[in-house]
Design a protein around this ligand. Structure first.
Ligand SMILES: Cc1cc2nc3c(=O)[nH]c(=O)nc-3n(C[C@H](O)[C@H](O)[C@H](O)COP(=O)(O)O)c2cc1C
Length: 203
């Protein structure tokens, strides 16, 4: 019988999961984190300033922080100074910005480091290790397309496959298929981009 491969690569791996302010996506993130724990990954969460402070119709910030701590068994990283040691102490094998806002994509593509998540990304990339992006933004095919293009061509940056989520009413919006987190991480740890990177339109 063929051996099940999915998850094996992640066993014992130190995975950073960085939340930015795409609040509608948060409910999809936690089940995927639980799957990562099931395959034996050790997760550290990092929250951007928006992700850790904005209450919205999708839930209260403090409840999201609590849920992250419950799943990982560790308090989230909430400041730039807490995120900085990820570089010098080489704390992560792989980091995923999950979900990644248009705002964070734009800053990352332009070398701006003014949130805990961007500090984590910069610190991690300095170690020549993989960074994975899970895009979730209404302006992916608009103002941010150029920044996504920059990141697609950047060393050590990989994408969870993404597609238009509602082309008729939100024609510039694109969102990653969060269920592809684990296979995307596995490929990225091998230095490869999972394919196909673009998903078909759903509506
Ligand atoms: C309820 C709510 C939902 C939002 N959803 C998104 C989203 O899905 N994608 C996105 O790019 N920005 C979204 N935003 C805007 C970001 O939260 C905002 O740009 C913020 O500055 C992002 O900061 P960060 O990237 O540091 O987390 C949303 C804002 C609110 C209040």
């Amino acid at each position: 019988m063929k051996k099940e491969v999915t998850g094996v690569i992640l066993e014992g791996k130190k995975v950073g999961v960085a939340f930015t302010g795409s609040f509608c996506t948060f409910s999809n993130i936690f089940p995927e984190m639980e799957k990562l724990i099931e395959v034996g990954a050790e997760i550290t969460t990092i929250f951007s300033d928006s992700a850790q402070s904005i209450d919205s119709r999708f839930g209260a910030a403090k409840d999201f922080l609590k849920k992250a701590e419950e799943i990982t068994g560790k308090p989230p990283i909430l400041t730039i100074s807490e995120a900085e040691p990820i570089g010098p102490q080489s704390l992560l094998d792989i980091l995923v910005i999950f979900p990644c806002t248009g705002n964070t994509i734009a800053k990352l593509a332009n070398g701006i480091t003014d949130t805990p998540v961007l500090m984590a990304a910069k610190a991690h990339l300095r170690n020549d290790k993989p960074l994975v992006i899970s895009i979730s933004t209404n302006d992916a095919l608009g103002m941010n397309m150029k920044n996504i293009g920059i990141l697609l061509n950047a060393k050590n940056i990989y994408f969870i496959p993404f597609g238009q989520d509602n082309p008729m009413t939100k024609p510039n919006s694109m969102i990653a298929d969060t269920t592809l987190l684990i296979p995307t991480l596995e490929k990225a740890l091998e230095g490869k981009q999972i394919q196909p990177i673009i998903k078909g339109s759903e509506k």
